[in-house]
Design a protein around this ligand. Structure first.
Ligand code: TYM
Length: 332
């Protein structure tokens, strides 16, 4: 059985983008794989996180994942900071990865923006820690949204360079698993920007905790253009906002763009947005109430994370110990 690893940052409430690009697929992949899912709090602190909120956000992210259907009995769910192997291997990878490789990372350029000199060095080496997350388990499949593709290519470059430098075949190749028609969900305010839990505007995203009224209002206000929906997929090419909403509808109803346009082609956005809001409410509000149910008993979520961390360490510790031996650290 192939081993899967993936992670999500507890840097805010999960969005519809996280759900369609990652969380939902993590649930599906539980059949037929051994899955290791991680709330990546070490990654979250690459940008400022209020220490009074971080622990709660980590628990809430875990509760959302449980509410989506992650099964912590058959698979692993834990917080990254509670398994030291991640940080140990990340340090080795900081010494394997090349500056030039990190300079090419588009996500760093986007996140750092004009203020490059002022961002944390952690943000810069963020992809090295991601590579460590995956390689610490010898995982071979990584379900992510489209935005993470470049980081996974880098994780392969790092694994291969380690193998080459130390003359071994130790870290396997990783295969990105990017699923569905909504692998890149865009902001509701700007069809050229990714929907993100850290966007300052709450109107730009649907949160998995939004109630029915909030969802309906956000969909109603979502930016669109002045034309009816096209009947053919080609007609969406120059219309990013329309493409985004049709993609969301298709993903949530487990179909494709063509069948959604078959139903709504020629109709205006008022009709389409009503249907989309209804679909979103039907799919997301049960997850929100299940998340609340988990959070009513925070001890039960913490117990799951503690158990997951113990089982994760049992897998990662020997793998990382062997990497340390290969590097030449004294074995005492
Ligand atoms: P994060 O928390 O930013 O995103 C978690 C997952 O959600 C996906 N995603 C999206 N998919 C579609 N449309 C969007 N608008 C959207 N926004 C987010 C992301 O692609 C991701 O799959 N760096 C990772 C976390 C991580 C990780 C790892 C992933 C840390 N270590 C190891 C895989 C393997 C991240 O972006 O988290």
């Amino acid at each position: 059985m192939q081993r899967i690893f993936s992670g999500i940052q507890p840097s805010g409430v999960p969005t519809l983008g996280n759900y369609l690009g990652a969380m939902r697929n993590w649930v599906t992949l539980q059949d037929g794989h051994e899955c290791i899912y991680c709330v990546v709090d070490l990654h979250a602190i690459t940008t400022w996180q209020d220490p009074k909120l971080l622990a709660g956000q980590t628990r809430e992210m875990a509760a959302s994942l449980l509410a989506c259907g992650i099964d912590p009995k058959r698979h692993l769910l834990f917080a990254q900071s509670s398994v030291a192997a991640h940080a140990r291997l990340a340090w080795i990878f900081n010494c394997v990865a090349r500056l030039g490789w990190l300079n090419r990372m588009t996500q760093f350029k986007d996140k750092a923006g004009k203020d490059r000199e002022a961002v944390s060095t952690g943000l810069y080496v963020y992809p090295n820690l991601m590579a460590a997350d995956i390689h610490a388990y010898h995982a071979t499949r990584v379900p992510v949204g489209d935005d993470q593709k470049q980081h996974l290519e880098l994780a392969n470059d790092i694994g291969q360079k380690f193998n080459h430098d130390f003359g071994v075949e130790y870290f396997p190749m990783i295969e990105p698993v990017i699923m569905g028609v909504a692998a890149r969900v865009m902001s509701l305010r700007d069809g050229s920007k990714k929907m993100s839990k850290s966007d300052p505007s709450d109107q730009s995203r649907i949160n998995l905790t939004d109630d029915a009224d909030t969802i309906a209002t956000k969909v109603k206000r979502a930016k669109t253009d002045a034309f009816p929906l096209p009947s053919e997929v080609d007609g969406l090419a120059e219309r990013p906002e329309a493409r985004n909403l049709v993609g969301i509808y298709a993903a949530l109803s487990d179909t494709d763009l063509a069948s959604v346009l078959g139903e709504f082609g020629g109709k205006g956005f008022v009709v389409f947005k009503d249907a989309l809001a209804e679909l979103l409410v039907n799919k997301l509000t049960p997850i929100a109430s299940e998340t609340r149910r988990w959070l009513a008993d925070p001890g039960s979520v913490d117990a799951i994370l503690r158990d997951g961390a113990g089982r994760a360490a049992a897998i990662a510790d020997p793998i990382v110990a062997e990497a340390e031996r290969l590097v030449g650290f004294l074995q005492v």
